[in-house]
Design a protein around this ligand. Structure first.
Ligand code: GH3
Ligand code: MG
Ligand code: MG
Ligand code: MG
Length: 306
């Protein structure tokens, strides 16, 4: 962790310290600020807002606070997909075991009792950050499609819900582009499964080349089906992107002698949009994109429906 040795460019881990007493925050700040970036909050509400926006790597959370206590903050963080994986260590003067048990039941990773022992705090923070880094790495692998290197369906399903929640809160637009390779069974039959796999990798690369915005997500949704999630993108923008993808893929001129639409590999695309200022729903949006894709197939393939 941190800037030890060769990894000088690695960002310092970010901690969030939550306590209603500024003096307690100060104590923890002095213990940790040398090694970590330390964010501070003096109420549960402030802590929740900071977690959404700044994604700390670990939270040190006071148990007893007015308004919203540590248990409730913990519960809310664990309920939210965007914050549920941030480890929480409770810090409290309460020494009874039932308080500790309750905290751990709610998903906290550890419990540190006041008065604070600086070496214990440093050691436990270091341990839990290391565990978090390891589980982040494993999770990132579990979210990738092994064949193409883009995200997999599991990742997509989770992020669709997160992004939809955000779009609804912000009243912003959001679009999905679903894409399916045309006559891919024939492609495999003619060129072999290995060449089929290569083709899917090239399609995935075309998607990567076409999607420009940092917030966009690409996933392989099934065998030869991909989906692009485009936050803050209305119908016109999604259509423009779909057209770019369609051109990019046929532009690669991947030979497909048995296709009925072109001598090259082509794709069909369906668009689903949640317009701005209108409520939306993740599964309805998926259904819409899927229906439009089906129409693109029906009307001859190598085209876009939206
Ligand atoms: P359409 O134009 O209607 O989409 O026809 P299609 O042949 O593409 O559709 P169909 O669903 O009949 O066939 C999909 C094929 O994709 C069948 C399957 O063998 C192949 N496929 C699915 N996953 C993979 C994969 O990981 N690698 C390879 N090489 N082929 C795959
Ligand atoms: Mg307190
Ligand atoms: Mg298919
Ligand atoms: Mg197909």
């Amino acid at each position: 962790m941190g800037n030890d040795g060769n990894f000088v460019t690695q960002a310092r881990p970010r901690l969030l310290v939550v306590d209603d007493q500024p003096t307690n925050i100060q104590v923890l700040y002095q213990i940790l600020a040398n090694d970590y970036q330390v964010l501070m909050a003096t109420s549960g509400k402030q802590a929740l807002a900071l977690c959404e926006n700044k994604q700390p790597d670990l939270i040190l959370l006071d148990l007893i606070m007015p308004d919203m206590d540590g248990y409730e903050v913990c519960q809310r963080l664990k309920k939210n997909t965007a914050t549920k994986d941030i480890p929480i260590i409770f810090i409290t003067a309460q020494t009874d075991e039932s308080a500790e048990e309750k905290g751990l039941d709610l998903g906290a990773v550890d419990f540190i009792s006041k008065p604070i022992n600086p070496r214990i705090v440093r050691a436990r923070v270091k341990t839990h950050l290391m565990l978090k880094a390891q589980s982040d790495l494993l999770r990132s692998w579990a979210y990738l499609d092994g064949l193409t290197g883009v995200h997999n369906r599991r990742y997509f399903d989770e992020h669709l819900n997160v992004e939809m929640g955000r779009a609804i809160r912000n009243n912003s637009a959001m679009s999905l582009v679903m894409l399916d390779v045309d006559f891919f069974k024939r492609y495999n039959d003619r060129y072999g499964h290995q060449a089929g796999d290569d083709c899917l990798r090239r399609v995935a690369n075309s998607l990567k080349n076409s999607l420009m915005r940092p917030g966009d997500h690409i996933a392989r949704y099934g065998g030869e089906e991909f989906v692009c999630l485009l936050p803050e993108t209305g119908f016109a923008g999604a259509m423009q992107l779909a057209e770019q993808i369609r051109k990019e893929i046929i532009g690669q001129q991947i030979e497909h002698a048995d296709s009925s639409v072109a001598p090259f590999v082509t794709v069909s695309l369906g668009i689903g949009t949640k317009p701005e200022n209108i409520a939306g729903n993740a599964s309805a949006l998926m259904h819409l994109a899927d229906t439009q894709l089906y129409k693109a197939k029906e009307f001859g393939r190598h085209r876009i429906f939206g």
